[in-house]
Design a protein. Structure first.
Length: 162
């Protein structure tokens, strides 16, 4: 595989416009690795009027909200059960339940799946990546809606092993 200067420039522009944080490309006589950290988006808090010392002393403390920064794992999905296995996203992308529009989904709640069976598609940079199950069992929950962006490590579905 050859990669000339113009192709390299186009590739770098495409990566700059994406949310990909790590990219590796290898050819016969070259290897290109790009890694970057994208800062978390700034969060703007609403402006609140200043309180007097008397107001502060008489009012209960307000709950704190902490914002996750880069490198923080995605929040866990409430209600996870120890008897279920979680199928997680191996990459950032868009989750699709079916191989194409108008086609039936790969799996439904109640479907039995086996190791190596395609359970969904994750689209990343216009590439459709079939996600294959690493477990056998029965799909108990599908936690992501079709066409929804997902993060690395996000729980997509839960499976009861058989």
């Amino acid at each position: 595989m050859q990669l000339d200067h113009d192709q390299l420039h186009q590739l770098l522009e495409a990566l700059a416009d994406s949310d990909i944080q790590e990219f590796r490309l290898e050819g016969d006589d070259f290897r290109l690795e790009i890694r970057r950290n994208i800062p978390a988006p700034a969060v703007v808090a609403p402006v609140m009027p200043l309180a007097s010392a008397a107001d502060i002393a008489s009012s209960p403390p307000e709950p704190r909200v902490e914002i996750a920064g880069p490198g923080t794992p995605p929040p866990t999905v409430p209600g996870s059960r120890a008897d279920l296995l979680e199928v997680t996203a191996p990459m950032v992308g868009t989750f699709y339940r079916a191989p194409g529009p108008g086609e039936s989904p790969f799996v439904e709640v109640g479907s039995r799946i086996s190791v190596g069976q395609a359970v969904c598609i994750l689209e990343a940079m216009k590439l459709m990546n079939e996600l294959e199950s690493e477990v056998s069992g029965e799909v108990v929950e599908i936690l992501v809606d079709n066409g929804t962006p997902v993060e690395f490590g996000q729980v997509l579905m839960r499976v009861k092993p058989i």
